[in-house]
Write a protein that binds this ligand. Sequence first.
Ligand code: URA
Ligand code: CA
Length: 441
Amino acid sequence: MNTVEIIRKKREGQALSKEEIEYLIQGYTNGTIPDYQMSAWAMAVCFQGMNEQETADLTMAMVRSGDQVDLSSIRGIKVDKHSTGGVGDTTTLILGPLVAAAGVPVAKMSGRGLGHTGGTIDKLESFQGFSTELTTEEFVDLVNRIQLAVNGQTANLTPADKKLYALRDVTGTVDSIPLIASSIMSKKIATGADAIVLDVKTGDGAFMKEEEDAIRLAKAMVSIGKLVGRNTIAVISDMSQPLGYAVGNALEVKEAIDTLKGEGPEDLTELTLVLGSHMLCLAGRAQTAEEARAVLEQCIRDGSALNKLKEMVQGQHGDPNQVDHPELLPQAKEQIVVRAEQEGYIHRIQAEEIGLCAMRLGAGRATKEDQIDHAVGVVLHKKVGNPVKKGEPLATLYVNRNEMVNEVTQRLLQAIEIQTRPAQPPKLIRAIVTPTETIRL
Ligand code: URA
Ligand code: CA
């Protein structure tokens, strides 16, 4: 096969065969196809696109480029959830215990955060001693014993995607639906998911700022799932403001604990129940979303969901006492209240900027090597649509180092927009994409 011919074929808008795609991905992974040819091909894909079959073939070629996690010794249908970035998105911390408490195995591999979006692994490491470096055997054993484990990515997973994503980042070829869809799905499939629930965010803090783009990305991913035999469904949800109130690692753990007790923020609770219901349905634990929701609500009411979190923390060598006593989680030295400078209604809370503020305080990393501070971050006191009086608290900064406080305070005041006329809260769940239909809500 000839790499130049394949690039030219794509440039002219023709579909590539499975063999041609496999050849490209294998060659790129083992270094026989250089970066300049791969970037020419990626640019051709940006202009010409790929059909559903090509996108699925690309996904599976990337899955085969590295190790695949074998979860077959875990009983039951393994349903994974993936959120496409977000700010203060605590859903994984809540969904794991909640869905596991309902009897569905959750064997989750998660990443660390980079930039303004936080990673679940970082959040969990707020628990004293918590290990996210379990061996595959320990990981599988824990899931078989308590239905739940969350581990870091250790194996050599989808090296083709790692290399291609880095190349796309520096060649202006990130924004292509088939390239994004195959990148995300390859990682989920390589980590052993039988079925996948996607939470595709839209709005300021999201990868896909426009709702229609988010729906197109969701359709591409659901189609991949269908073509490769992994039942997939996508929920399109709002990320025009942060989810919940807390942004920062231990602060979000505390928010997750509250939510598992049934005392969490309304939007975070609702999104978690919607995503969890679809997970239960895909796992065969419930027939309808309504039935699934009732099961999940019961797990919150009877304390089994919160107890499941405790079991996981204990199982992964953390201190379960911190679940009952969140005041034992890392605490910041100082709390600084940011107050409204005028009266009115909250019109906008720029999610990305709030995420960047939390990062500035030390909650996130600018580069992979940065250390994070689990205690620090931002807790908002308002959501879009809320009325506010002059001098009322808008947010509390949890800080350990004072240098950033003035800058962050100014940025927060800019990011939270107050106007005199009333504002409508944004709709949280925008659409559901299934293999057969797109339901707009
Ligand atoms: N996230 C990914 O994992 N891959 C992309 O291509 C874009 C976002
Ligand atoms: Ca949150």
